[in-house]
Design a protein around this ligand. Structure first.
Ligand code: SF4
Ligand code: SF4
Length: 334
């Protein structure tokens, strides 16, 4: 949990890791500068250029997290609310971003998994429409395992698109829906690093009432990145380690990738870099395309880029879709 930005000692450590400072090279686009803007209650466009990547919070000796300050103070007075669509990839259609890459979620028979089971699977927008094969692979592997998944009906988005737009009340609706979907105290598995971040960190920050916070903290504690959980339960999930494949580690996976050591032991190196995010506001500004110069050079000798986040998957598809194959990590299980 971060502490108020008055505690900043101006050491500058956060500047070196901040992707948007690296791009703009202006103090107001740095975590330190943004914290000061929030402290002085000044609104500036640089606040919207924060990628919510949390790299600043990982290095700050004072434990300051700009995203946390943003959520607590900048969004505090946001009263706007729009009806939340179940599937944010539909919402993104107006940007024509995902139409080319979208895969139809086949009317697969999930009825066998709609009740009971030992753990929940979160059927997020990305899992349904960008990398549904990852779900097939996990369900197939689980047949060899004694654990059974529970996949409730009527699942949808975690609300990240609306967080990026600053529409707090709509994000809260999504959060409460998730709480209702996964009420039993059993593990919840997600395939997307950003959904993981929303559930583990963001939701409890949005609610003032103590009992709701307690419920979200409990949900956060039992939420896992799919690969970590499967490693823990000894379900064999060996990722293909050909040189042609680059495994990208999304920013929000730093929060919870407990299986990284095991991956290293199997010869899988994950490259940790910010792709520039898929925040709709920044897409409209063409930011992601321009930002790609920071990471593109290092990957163009590969044939496949694999990621584990819906935003990164969309971003890579849009920027690299004609030259590289884009996959979810789980789609590369041998
Ligand atoms: S969250 Fe990321 S982009 Fe935002 S201020 Fe921190 S390091 Fe910079
Ligand atoms: S790392 Fe923390 S203390 Fe240092 S300048 Fe950045 S916000 Fe301030």
């Amino acid at each position: 949990m971060g502490i108020p930005s008055e505690k900043c000692v101006h050491c500058g450590k956060c500047l070196a890791v901040c992707p948007s400072y690296r791009f703009f090279l202006k103090e107001s686009f740095s975590p330190r500068g943004r914290n000061l803007l929030i402290l002085k209650k000044k609104d500036a466009k640089s606040l919207d250029y924060c990628l919510l990547c949390e790299r600043c919070s990982r290095v700050c000796p004072q434990g300051i997290s700009f995203p946390e300050a943003y959520l607590k103070e900048k969004l505090q007075n946001s009263k706007l609310k729009v009806p939340p669509p179940d599937d944010s990839l539909n919402f993104l259609n107006f940007l024509t971003l995902n139409q080319i890459f979208r895969k139809e979620f086949k009317e697969r028979d999930l009825s066998a998994f709609q009740r009971g089971g030992d753990f929940y699977i979160y059927l997020s927008c990305g899992l349904k429409h960008l990398y549904p094969r990852a779900l097939d692979i996990v369900l197939e592997r689980l047949r060899e395992n004694l654990l059974r998944p529970h996949i409730p009906e009527n699942q949808g988005c975690c609300g990240i698109v609306f967080l990026g737009l600053g529409i707090k009340e709509t994000v809260k609706e999504y959060a409460l829906k998730l709480l209702r979907l996964f009420p039993e105290k059993k593990p919840l598995l997600t395939f997307c690093a950003t959904c993981l971040w929303m559930i583990k960190k963001v939701y409890s920050l949005l609610f003032d009432r103590e009992e709701t916070k307690v419920a979200f903290n409990e949900l956060a504690n039992r939420t896992y990145f799919v690969l970590d959980f499967l490693e823990k339960t000894h379900c064999t999930m060996n990722l293909n380690n050909d040189y042609d494949i680059l495994y990208h580690k999304p920013c929000h996976l730093s929060l919870a990738l407990t299986s990284e050591k095991e991956l290293l032991n199997k010869g899988i190196v994950v490259e940790d870099f910010c792709c520039g995010s898929a925040k709709p506001y920044l897409w409209l500004k063409g930011f992601q395309e321009k930002f790609s110069r920071f990471w593109k050079r290092g990957i163009m000798d590969r044939a496949i880029i694999a990621t584990a986040c819906t935003g990164c998957y969309l971003n890579f598809s849009f920027i690299l879709g004609n030259s590289l194959v884009i996959r979810h990590w789980i789609e590369l299980v041998e």
